[in-house]
Design a protein around this ligand. Structure first.
Ligand code: SAH
Length: 376
């Protein structure tokens, strides 16, 4: 079985090279080709001895995703990447170009086990976790299309290409804990992508012990976004079923402990659903929770999913809800799902292509931060 070279960290690669009697400095060269120059074939590693390349290619794979489609939104601000895995499944990433930032939204699982009632990611079949290599290959492949590798002329424009990575595609990152953490360490390492923790956001539905472990493991450096969606137990039980196991009170106590250790502010994501969680009382409840930990709130107007019987709020309702939060001193941004015209709702394109039948092709949503113009 060949291993995925992108999943390997510096120490592991050095150990491997030593066992083959190659000098350890080759490890950084190899990782530089992978994570900064974003190569997809061994042949592109120009400064390595043929013998080493031979050993590497016998035992490992440099690329495991096949890029199938890359539709762009009409306004060119977002682009979707549909990849096929080696075992023939589809996953998606999204590139969002906005305000000088190039953000990649990555998937962490094929499907999702959390079954949030309004999210189509959990409606299809759960297939498997992605590997760390599959997670970061999404970033490299997107980066590569941004600035093609310029071998030989000494210029490397790819270094600054991707500025932010958000774990908000398909799947629950903390339900694929080891691969997510490994991917994040590679994104942050100087021998990896060299991204600062503030440029990485992990979004979770609230698996409390995993959140606590995660904050510890990344030393509080990575941004944390909590999918709250309601400040009421009963409503949250319906929307986010994991709430039955890790309820709001426990989640809030845990976050109160954590926010002191976190070097970044916490964000609450709040999918606004008409008649469900958009009343003035709901706004007060949300403001109360947000103010307890000085959290910022991202409102995501519900993006209709065929199988779920919920209503999107009108723009006026979104505005009213945000105004109520702001009145209570909460910082609010509104998110839009990226590029509806390219099915940027994460997973949508995947399900159209996935050879899973017996489903009417639910629409999966990846909500990407998309700051609308300020609410007047
Ligand atoms: N599993 C992670 C990532 C999910 S995707 C999590 O739960 O946080 C990122 C955000 O999009 C989550 O807040 C998710 O609840 C939200 N989302 C999912 N489906 C949506 C839909 N149909 N409309 C609006 N937001 C949705």
């Amino acid at each position: 079985m060949q291993s995925q070279l992108r999943s390997i960290n510096l120490t592991e690669l050095e150990t491997l090279l030593k066992s083959w009697s190659f000098p350890t400095y080759r490890a950084r060269q190899i990782l530089n080709w992978l994570h900064q120059k974003h190569i997809t074939e061994f042949g592109e590693m120009k400064n390595l001895p043929k013998k080493l390349l031979g050993k590497l290619s016998e035992s490992s794979l440099v690329s495991v995703l096949k890029l199938r489609e890359t539709p762009k939104s009409n306004d060119q601000s977002s682009q979707k990447y549909l990849f096929e895995t080696q075992d023939g499944h589809f996953l998606e990433s999204v590139l969002i170009v906005q305000g000088g930032r190039n953000t990649v939204c990555v998937s962490t699982q094929l499907g999702c086990k959390m079954k949030c009632s309004f999210c189509a990611s959990g409606m299809g079949k759960f297939v498997r976790n992605l590997t760390a290599g599959e997670i970061i290959e999404q970033v490299s492949r997107v980066a590569r299309t941004l600035s093609p590798l310029e071998v030989g002329n000494g210029r490397d424009r790819s270094l600054q290409a991707i500025t932010n990575v958000v774990f908000m595609g398909m799947g629950e990152p903390l339900d694929n804990y080891d691969a997510t953490l490994r991917a994040i360490k590679i994104l942050m390492a100087d021998w990896g992508f060299g991204l600062g923790g503030r440029r990485i956001t992990v979004s979770t539905c609230g698996i409390i012990p995993k959140i606590e472990q995660f904050v510890k493991d990344v030393d509080g450096r990575v941004r944390l976004s909590i999918s709250l969606h309601s400040s009421q137990q009963t409503v949250r039980n319906e929307l986010v079923p994991i709430n039955k196991r890790y309820n709001l009170d426990d989640l809030m106590s845990a976050l109160e402990q954590l926010y002191r250790k976190l070097k970044r502010e916490i964000t609450f994501e709040y999918t606004l659903i008409q008649g469900m969680n958009n009343s003035p009382e709901a706004a007060s409840g949300l403001a109360r929770l947000a103010n307890r930990i000085h959290a910022k709130v991202n409102i995501i107007p519900y993006n209709p999913v065929r199988e779920a019987d919920y209503q999107s709020p009108t723009p006026a309702q979104v505005k009213t809800f945000c105004a109520l939060l702001e009145k209570k001193g909460v910082r609010v941004t509104v998110r839009q799902t990226a590029g509806r015209d390219i099915n940027a709702a994460c997973g949508q394109l995947r399900l159209d292509r996935e050879p899973i039948r017996g489903t009417s092709g639910p629409k999966l949503i990846c909500s990407i931060k998309f700051n609308l113009p300020p609410i007047p």
